[in-house]
Write a protein that binds this ligand. Structure first.
Ligand code: 13P
Ligand code: SF4
Length: 302
């Protein structure tokens, strides 16, 4: 199947036969985004996994996202076409480390970013994503919040709450390496452009932004804003959705180096192979899934 059009046709045929849906994150390569039934941010993909009817979910993203889908839809088979697509930030906190933190701060509630393992979610009170983190934290009764694993998102949330936030020092290498100087430089090239950044960026980058948004939040903003030009401070894959959904707008990447190598591991050949072989399957043990589901469902209810 070397012919890309034939490959796409075969994927669509197999998808029907298997009663499968293809979900893709906004950072996936363009061809994968184009074949997906639904493209979105972490929160939208969680909701889609929970609500769409199918026997199989082909999850074009990274492992924690596929795990979340498996936790929310235990009756569906969840396939992760690129078996080794992980999120290095999610791996920056282990369940053992979280247990130590909890014993040190027994009064605190635990908020975990959705970019965590199922085990860490199972040990948390509630999950959050980049689009609902502030609301999630403010929905809790506790005055002290352990926030894992992203230090930048934790400190961003701290700007909008009176609660004491205790951040874990994890970070996303894609966003954390975008610098203050990058913003100044690209803004000098496009002085009338609005600057949109992801909350995983450093505080000094966030300080220079016009809007701080999740990936889908950025796409919606570009489409609805009166501005014509935007500087986009997140992974470059998102520009494809902006081109498709917001014609007439010009979007420039804040950093050409903002590439998540794990998000780029999925291609059409792997999607086809996953549908054909029904592998690799992502499964979460029942006891962990039950506890993690509570944290995710609590988030979906906020
Ligand atoms: P979004 O939920 O904003 O899509 O972010 C996911 C992610 O991994 C950001 O790096
Ligand atoms: Fe993880 Fe960063 Fe990649 Fe998002 S962009 S999946 S946080 S490594």
């Amino acid at each position: 199947l070397q012919n890309p059009d034939l490959l796409k046709e075969e994927i669509l045929k197999l998808k029907e036969e298997r009663n499968a849906i293809i979900l893709a994150h906004n950072y996936q390569i363009a061809e994968v985004q184009d074949i997906a039934d639904f493209v979105g941010d972490s929160l939208e993909l969680s909701r889609a996994a929970a609500s769409l009817e199918s026997d199989i979910i082909v999850f074009c993203g990274v492992d924690f996202m596929a795990e979340t889908a498996a936790i929310l839809s235990p009756e569906k088979k969840v396939l992760l076409p690129a078996a080794d697509a992980c999120c290095p930030m999610a791996e920056m906190i282990t369940v053992g480390e979280l247990q130590v933190l909890k014993s040190r701060f027994p009064q605190a509630s635990v908020v975990c970013y959705v970019n965590t393992s199922a085990e860490v979610k199972a040990e948390s009170d509630i999950c959050c994503t980049s689009s609902n983190a502030v609301n999630v934290v403010n929905s809790l009764d506790a005055e002290q919040i352990i926030f894992v694993p992203d230090r930048n998102l934790a400190r961003y949330v701290a700007r909008f709450t009176s609660k004491e936030i205790l951040p874990w020092e994890g970070f996303c290498f894609v966003h954390d390496r975008i610098t203050f100087e990058d913003v100044i430089q690209v803004r000098n090239l496009h002085p009338t452009a609005e600057v949109l950044v992801h909350p995983e960026c450093k505080p000094e980058v966030i300080d220079l932004a016009d809007e701080v948004l999740s990936t889908s939040g950025m796409i919606k903003h570009v489409c609805s804003s009166n501005s014509k030009e935007f500087i986009i401070g997140t992974e470059v894959g998102i520009l494809h959705q902006m081109k498709k959904k917001c014609p007439g707008k010009s979007c420039y990447s804040l950093s050409a180096e903002a590439i998540c190598t794990n998000m780029k591991k999925t291609d059409l050949h792997k999607v086809y192979s996953a549908l054909e072989t029904l592998r690799p399957v992502v499964a979460v043990s029942t006891d962990i899934a039950e506890k993690a589901r509570k944290a995710i469902e609590k988030m979906l209810a906020v």
